[in-house]
Design a binder for this molecule. Structure first.
Ligand code: H2B
Length: 91
C-alpha cells in the first residue's frame, strides 16, 4: 500500500510513525460529542476503532492497525468516513 498516495487523498491527515492523525475542531463541545458518537457507529461497522482525545471542542484522532503492526487500508477507509462525518457536522 502506498501510504503517501493515500495521504494525498486525505489532506486533513498526517502521518506520525505507525499512525495517521487528524485534529477536528467542532463548533462547540456538544457537537464534538455528537461527532464522536457518529464515529463510534462507523467504527463498529468496520470493526476498526480510532484513538480519540477529547479537548473541549477539539478531537485529536489517531488511527493504526495494532493487530497488523501498522497502517492498513482499514485506517484509510475509516479516515475517509471520519472526514465525511466532520463535514456533515460543520467541523
Ligand atoms: C479483535 C478485533 O478485530 C481487533 O481488536 C480490532 C478491533 N479494532 C481495531 N481498531 C484499530 N484501530 N486497530 C486494530 O488493530 C483493531 N483491531
Amino acid at each position: 500500500m502506498d501510504v503517501e498516495q493515500k495521504l494525498r487523498e486525505l489532506p486533513g491527515w498526517r502521518r506520525e510513525g505507525d499512525e495517521i492523525r487528524r485534529t477536528i475542531t467542532a463548533p462547540d463541545f456538544p457537537t464534538a460529542i455528537r461527532i464522536v458518537d457518529a464515529i463510534a457507529v462507523r467504527a463498529e461497522e468496520l470493526n476498526h476503532h480510532p484513538d480519540i482525545d477529547i479537548r473541549w471542542r477539539e478531537l485529536h484522532l489517531a488511527l493504526t492497525t495494532h493487530d497488523q503492526g501498522g497502517l492498513t487500508e482499514l485506517d484509510f477507509a475509516l479516515a475517509a468516513r471520519i472526514d465525511a462525518i466532520a463535514a456533515e457536522y460543520g467541523a
